[in-house]
Each structure stands twice: as C-alpha cells, then as structure tokens.
Design a protein around this ligand. Structure first.
Ligand SMILES: [Zn+2]
Length: 270
C-alpha cells in the first residue's frame, strides 16, 4: 500500500520531467525565431555560369548562397562548362559559402565508408589548399542517400545535408541531414513561386539550382531572365536570402541531430 502511494506521488514528477525534457529540447533546436520569408539558395555541380552569371547577380541583390561543388565527370576540366578552382575560390572571396557535393558527383548510397571519406576529403583538401574554409555542409548528388550515409556525415562532423522532396523545411521536425528542397528548372516557375510563399510559420524554403543556364544538363536548365525574376521577387517582397551556413543563426544542428530521428519514408528527391 505504502509502495503504491509512493509510486503515485512520483508519477506527476516523472510526467513533469518527461514533458519538460521534451519541450526543452524542442525549443533548444531553435536558437532564434525563424522569421517569415526566410529562403536558402543552394547551387549544385559547379557549372561555369555559377561564376559568370549567378555570383554577380546575387551580389547585385545582396543575397547569400551556398555553392555545392564537385568535379563533374567527364568534362570537369573544361572551364567553358564548369568552374575551375580559381573561380570557386573567387566565389568564396565574394562571401559565398563553398560546400561539399563529393569529388565526382558520386551516389553516396552506393559507397563504402572509405570511398565516401575520400570523396569528401578531396573537396575539403582542395578548399584547404586555396584558403577556402573547410566545407561544413553537404548535398547528396542525385539525391542518393541511405541511413548509412547519414552516419558517415556525422563522423565527418558535417552540420547540414540537403536532399530534395519539394517541400518546406521544418527545423523542429526535419533531421539536419535530410533538409528538403525544391529544384528549379525552366518549366516549374509557378511551382517555385508557390513554394516561396510557404516560407512562413517557422518553415524555411530551400531551393536547389543548377546552371543559369545549364549547358550540360538541359533538364535542370535555368534561363538567366527567369532566375533574375526570382531574385527581383525576393528583393521586392523583403525576403531574407541566406546560405546554409547562415541557417546556424537560427537552428542548433547538433541539438536537432540528437533529438530528431531521420524519416526515410517521405519523398527525398526532386
Ligand atoms: Zn548534383
């Protein structure tokens, strides 16, 4: 009888602790309230137009951005199609984030731990030799990923990793290694404008953008006029346009990684 009473008395305390810890960790993920109209721009694959068109245009509107670079086979050495490392270095000097998209645009779900390591290290070493800060963020080439890839990224101390999924990012529910994004192309203007309207109520919109234009991959081509139309819209409507590393002002990636379990059931590609 006494024991039962003790149990009953302890119950509210246990309940309080469980709920308290739950709420506590959730609020700790958010370091600063997410404002409405927060957009992250990410650029993939290092096509030449990221240096010649995108960098100067982003500067014109004073927007931040992340460039996920790789050496895209087989034409990565052709600087008329892809940026060379000096151009990537120049984007860093202009204030943009350089992040990791693997050495050879590899599908990381098919790599061993050693292969994944060397794919990441190649880009990290290149950056190091050119005075570019060590990449801390990652994007899955071709949206290929699995649970093991997330483990590798954690061992290499990456902060965020971007996938697809065509939906807004909810920092309290999405694992930091499964950031959703929309990919732009020349046919989905309406969808992208609708997407930009979803940057509200604690959610962030992340865009994945390839070449502006993209000569090698026409299915992800962005006409420069359309790209500038997005930038004008963002500017005129007072959006805050940032890089993935700037997201850390708002989101504690470590707390998010510890408290959110990755959900592989939803759509993860674009
Ligand atoms: Zn890519």
């Amino acid at each position: 009888m006494l024991k039962q009473l003790q149990k009953l008395r302890l119950f509210p305390l246990v309940l309080f602790l469980v709920l308290g810890i739950g709420f506590h960790s959730k609020s700790q993920i958010i370091k600063k309230p997410i404002p409405d109209k927060l957009v992250v721009l990410t650029f993939d694959d290092a096509p030449a137009s990221h240096y010649s068109v995108v960098g100067p245009m982003l500067k014109k509107y004073d927007f931040g951005a992340t460039f996920f670079v790789c050496e895209f086979p087989p034409n990565s050495q052709d600087s008329s199609l892809y940026m060379n490392w000096r151009q990537i270095q120049a984007l860093n000097t202009m204030g943009f984030e350089i992040a990791n998209h693997t050495h050879t645009h590899a599908n990381v779900s098919k790599l061993t731990k050693e292969e994944f390591n060397s794919q990441l290290s190649y880009i990290e070493d290149k950056c190091d030799s050119l005075g570019i800060p060590k990449p801390i963020n990652f994007a899955y080439p071709g949206y290929g990923l699995n649970a093991q890839s997330l483990g590798f990224l954690e061992k290499k101390s990456y902060h965020f990793a971007r996938a697809g999924g065509s939906r807004a990012y909810d920092p309290e529910h999405d694992h930091p290694y499964l950031l959703p994004s929309w990919a732009t192309d020349e046919t989905n203007k309406e969808e992208i404008f609708e997407a930009l309207n979803m940057a509200k109520n604690g959610k962030v919109v992340i865009l994945t953008i390839h070449g502006v234009p993209d000569l090698e991959h026409p299915w992800v081509n962005n006409p420069p006029e359309l790209f500038e139309e997005y930038l004008i819209f963002l500017k005129q409507n007072n959006y805050q346009v940032i890089s993935l590393r700037d997201l850390e002002d708002f989101v504690d990636f470590e707390m998010a990684r510890k408290t959110i379990s990755p959900d592989f059931k939803g759509k993860l590609n674009n």
